[in-house]
Ligand binder design. Structure first.
Ligand code: ARG
Length: 590
């Protein structure tokens, strides 16, 4: 524990010690005081202090009113010389205005050269965590739901890493099954040997268009579905012609999807393919049957009884020996544990699969794997566009590439409208980064479990609770630092003095910045990047207020200017590192 957290903890300890000493002095029984009854809160207004200790729970022991107790306790605390800060009373509360001097000194020293590691909490040091996310199908391109999935998966992985965990990001590409055969069949029927290259289409869209074509065709052709099924059988029998078509189209789909990952800053340490994992579960089910964990029905199918968790029975292997989605996931989890000894495995998957993961985790626990206790389904809600907005050609899902293109051109228009073309390094590059900031922040600022509407226009506002707003604040501070560099000579030999940072906004900024690592820790523990998003927004807003009201480089003593710039740099360090954790690109100029 460092910074403000340590200071809070210290005060709490001191208050309890004083309570005990007071009881001693008055001849009351200190043993009757319970430390857990001391629950520090935050005063309703920041002018009233930083910590509030309610004394109601202790008044009885002292046979006095909480108000009187507060007065007496405050006196005792003021007499101590080992605490920094000011003690006040507010009725039945003892309030503390924390002395930020030490915290400020610590903060300025720790953020001086904007180190990338500032904020890392380290409380999960060395814990191996595997995070699975994205999991696209190879019959069509990514859609808006994948963008939420990818944003969450990438962000929670970065957050867990910042918390010290050893993270391995994995993808599970669904490259087998009837849906792929449908694209393949339509291509064989209508493709005429065309390729993504020959048509100039992005290769996953090329494949996706045949999937759409199949569905249109199947409406008039009753044989189409059946043909797709026979193709799957042929594929499973390793038919050479089907196999080579499958290879070709899968490669197109995956290459296209990888381009989208690249454009959105998403990456993986390892990729699993369902075509390689789909039969893995069978042996495990048979082993479980032998050990009596599962049971067999008369028709030969194998089942698990889920009564212990209040659910019905569930089939694991069909009577013909074929496996199910669940079977496959059982095998894949066990394989992954062999590949890499994680102690936690996080699945980023939509909330419609809650039942699936409940069953999966329970079955793995029943099989006796000790790592099964730390499996976590990071479940997220649906995401849609507002009524009447851009739909894909299919009219149902919103295509990821289309949406990113749209956001980028909106960002570009905004840059030109605000006449910032000459400010930025490159309009295209900046527009691309602003679009990603808008997208990722908007998707992550909502708690994962909630459904949401993605509003492109709102997400891009330079002036609201958005990613571009964070970028804008970062660029303002960067520009201030450049100006300072230009005037470096005027300030030679002048050092920042933390004790000069004393206005309410400065105190607020110091406290906020030094809370960064505890926010990272909370976001990691709750698998919730939205905690970090709202924290960064509050920091940016507080800084914005500060910098509108307080001259930083101009009109103040040189020592004050240098100290204020150091504080602004601390804010920049936190913003920059925090934005990285949300996969929001940083821009120097905006
Ligand atoms: N590809 C699956 C789908 O589209 C999601 C896979 C999720 N991951 C898993 N291990 N089951 O629904």
């Amino acid at each position: 524990m460092t910074g403000i957290e340590a200071v809070r903890e210290n005060w709490k300890k001191a208050v309890f010690e004083e309570l005990c000493a007071l009881a001693d002095r008055r001849g009351d029984d200190p043993a009757a005081l319970k430390e857990k009854d001391l629950v520090p809160g935050v005063p309703p207004k920041s002018e009233m202090g930083d910590i509030a200790f309610p004394l109601f729970p202790f008044a009885k022991v002292f046979r006095t009113s909480p108000q009187a107790l507060a007065e007496e306790l405050a006196q005792g605390l003021r007499n101590r010389d080992d605490l920094s800060g000011e003690v006040r009373t507010a009725g039945p509360y003892v309030n503390v205005v924390i002395g930020v001097g030490n915290i400020a000194a610590e903060l300025l020293a720790a953020t001086r050269d904007l180190p990338e590691a500032y904020g890392s909490s380290g409380h999960l040091k060395g814990v191996p965590v595997m995070v699975e996310f994205s999991c696209p199908n190879t019959n069509k391109p990514l859609h808006l739901g994948h963008l939420r999935n990818d944003a969450l998966g990438e962000s929670i992985s970065r957050i867990l890493r910042a918390a010290g965990a050893d993270v391995r990001k994995v993808n599970l590409i669904n490259d087998r099954g009837i849906h792929i055969c449908k694209s393949m069949l339509a291509y064989r029927e209508f493709g005429d040997g065309s390729t993504p290259e020959s048509t100039g289409k992005k290769s996953d869209h090329f494949v996706g268009d045949y999937y759409v074509k199949f569905n249109q065709w199947a409406k008039e052709n009753p044989r189409a579905e059946e043909d797709a099924r026979s193709m799957l059988v042929a594929w499973e029998k390793n038919d050479p012609e089907v196999n080579s078509l499958w290879r070709l189209m899968n490669r197109w789909a995956i290459e296209g999807i990888e381009e989208t990952y690249e454009a959105t800053g998403i990456s993986f340490d390892q990729i699993y393919y369902e075509s390689q994992t789909y039969s893995l579960g069978k042996d495990e089910i048979l082993k479980g049957l032998e050990r009596g964990v599962f049971y067999k029905e008369e028709d030969g199918s194998i089942w698990v009884d889920l009564e212990e968790i209040g659910l019905d029975k569930k089939v694991l292997l069909r009577s013909d020996g074929t496996s199910l989605y669940l079977t496959q996931d059982i095998g894949t989890a066990i394989q992954r544990q062999k590949d890499w000894h994680f102690t936690r495995l996080v699945y980023v998957v939509g909330s419609e699969q809650q039942y699936h993961f409940r069953v999966l985790f329970h079955v793995l626990t029943k099989l006796g794997f000790e790592w099964a206790e730390n499996l976590y389904h990071l479940s997220y809600g649906m995401v849609n566009l507002p009524e009447g907005k851009m739909k894909s050609r299919e009219g149902t899902v919103v295509d990821a590439d289309d949406l990113i293109r749209e956001l980028t051109s909106m960002a570009e228009a905004e840059i030109r409208e605000k006449e910032r073309e000459d400010e930025v390094e490159s309009v295209d590059e900046t527009a691309r980064k602003v679009a990603l900031a808008a997208l990722h922040y908007y998707l992550l600022q909502v708690s994962p479990n909630k459904d949401m509407i993605f509003n492109p226009k709102e997400s891009l506002s330079f002036n609201g609770n958005t990613g571009p707003y964070l970028q804008y604040m970062g660029a303002r501070i960067s520009s201030m630092r450049r100006k300072f560099q230009e005037r470096r000579d005027e300030f030679t030999g002048i050092e920042a003095k933390p004790e000069l940072l004393n206005t309410p906004e400065e105190r607020e900024l110091i406290k906020l910045c030094s809370d960064f690592s505890s926010v990272i820790a909370a976001a990691a523990d709750q698998y919730n990047p939205s905690l970090l998003a709202s924290y960064l927004y509050e920091l940016a807003r507080t800084f914005s207020r500060y910098y509108h009201e307080t001259p930083i480089l101009t009109g103040s003593e040189k020592e004050t200017a240098v100290s204020r710039l150091a504080l602004a740099s601390a804010v920049l360090c936190v913003l920059k590192n925090g934005m990285y954790l949300l996969n929001i690109p940083f821009v120097e100029k905006m």
